[in-house]
Design a binder for this molecule. Sequence first.
Ligand code: PDD
Length: 287
Amino acid sequence: MNSEVVYLNGQFLPPEQAQISVFDRGFLFADSVYEVIPFYQGVGFRLQEHLQRLAYSLDAIGLQAEQDWPVLLNELVRRNGGGNRSVYLQISRGSEGRRRFASEGKLQPTVFACTTPIRHIYDEGADRIQGYNVILTDDLRWHRCDIKSTGLLANLLMQQQAHRAGADEALLVRDGVLSEGTSSNLFVVRDGVIHTPRLSAGILGGTTRALILELATDAGIPCQETDLRPEALATADEVWISSSTRGVVPVTRIDGQPVADGQKGPLWQHMFALFTRFQHRLMTGEA
Ligand code: PDD
């Protein structure tokens, strides 16, 4: 049983006391958006960037929910003892007491947040990061993957497919072009250049993706946002995926075949070191 305190509509509660209506539009229609934000040693990692994306998602589905999010989320983390946790924040359009497609008027949004303990990847160091084994599969999702919607059934089905194949993640292909992972962004390294799919390829604008591009640019590592075909993977020097809670992770096998020599690559080691330094600067107030 989860003993952490959750937040629901203005109250901090034990999870068993947090209840929403069966007519909540988040439950019935996935009419809701979310964020997953890591906190290390009680401090939010790229909190402002997550909140900017939240504002983008809310705006994209025409949902207004004004709150002092940093105050709310920091308080939730504090009440759960600080430390290393990911915060899940979901905002749904709320309930009108019955099920109907079109919602009439302005409803009171449902705001829910909870936390889960996570590993402090930057404290543990690069040696503890395991290379990922991934599969390639058709991207089954809708056309608005830029919205961080809780409509994740296609993502779950593709992730199940990966797990059944003994893999950690699936890389998705849409119209012959790589998009991203089921819950991560994708990077392909060749000849010292970092390539990643364009945002206009119908992917989520990952906060970790943006940080990789920012840190690489600052360090003078060339980056390109471009179309990537699955064939590019066969000749890649390195492949990575990224997400908030996993950071940047090397992919060492794709569909059972090793990526290059099947080891964690040198540019990944460099990028992980840049992330660790960034995290350190965040804690000392320099970033
Ligand atoms: N997922 N692409 C998709 C489809 C995602 O679901 C995620 C994150 C990302 C990476 O975004 P970020 O770097 O901002 O975490 C890319 C979160 C972690 C989740 O659903 O749990």
